[in-house]
Design a protein around this ligand. Sequence first.
Ligand SMILES: [Zn+2]
Length: 343
Amino acid sequence: MGCGDNIREGTEACDGTDDLACPHRCAADCTCGPITCPTIRMTQDQPDDQGGEQIHAIYVLPSDGTDELLDTMDEICTSVLAWNKWLLGQTGTNNFRLDTAGGVLDITFFQSSMTDYQIRNSGQTVTGGKHPQVRDTIQNELFAAGVIEDPFAAYGAKTKLYAVYYGGTSDFACGGGALPPGLMGNVAALYLKGDPGCSFVTVGGSIDNPGYFEFAMIHEIMHTIGLVPFCAPHQVLGGHVPEPNDLMYGFDGVHAWILPPVLDIGHDDYYRGDGQPCTDLARSAFLDPPVPNADLPPGWGTPIGSSAPGQASLTRSQDLRTGLLENALPSPSTVVVLPAGVK
Ligand SMILES: [Zn+2]
């Protein structure tokens, strides 16, 4: 009986090898220890500690990009742990399930066959000659190379959402996400050298003090889950809300994004918990610990345990026909309010 018998009992989060809640991370006092950061570069997804939906980090470089070792020198790992810790602080109960291997954050490294110039100018061209589809290009190449699951597969064929830290440029934004069901995909991406001014922002400075890139990444992850849904009462600008100090603020051209932001101010748009048939972070299948009656992102298929009819997955051509463009992040150059202690 008690802690140390490899049987989880009473209030124990885990006990030795009985560690379902945190595989390979059970501490001697039967609490879950922290996820540790990798020091060895991996070029493929490692064997998962846990099944089910989870978020997997990837460091992508263009063929001519400068390798800053962000995957093995803690920057990406710290960034991921920082935005996930912030999320736990906001909900008080849950954050996202992260892909770990042996208790270590699983980060994949991938070097593109395309140059920074080629990636930056790929895809559609919009007003001002800008290119909003860097994320799509990266997503397509990662899938073609066998690094990620099929971005457009129906349920059963994919369980992962990819948080891509791209060490290249963009003439459009500092990051982009999918926004299902209109824009299907499984990659949320940051363009670390993007314009305007993204490269002046530090990535992964501190677990306790997330900065612009941390909030930007979790903003793009929320989009890729299907948030802010168009059925939310205050949704504006294609998946955003109007409050400048909200995580999902959409830049209105005037008011700067205020950091650190709040998760769904008023809990009435995308973290509601109201049981209504409108995509809700509170029911996301990516949450840790898992929540009852969890939903996959819209268009990913029928969730486990749901009796609702499956929602057909969009095909590639349907996706292209929607003509939906990437969601531009509020630029860091517009961020003017940074409270003391926050980088
Ligand atoms: Zn956005």
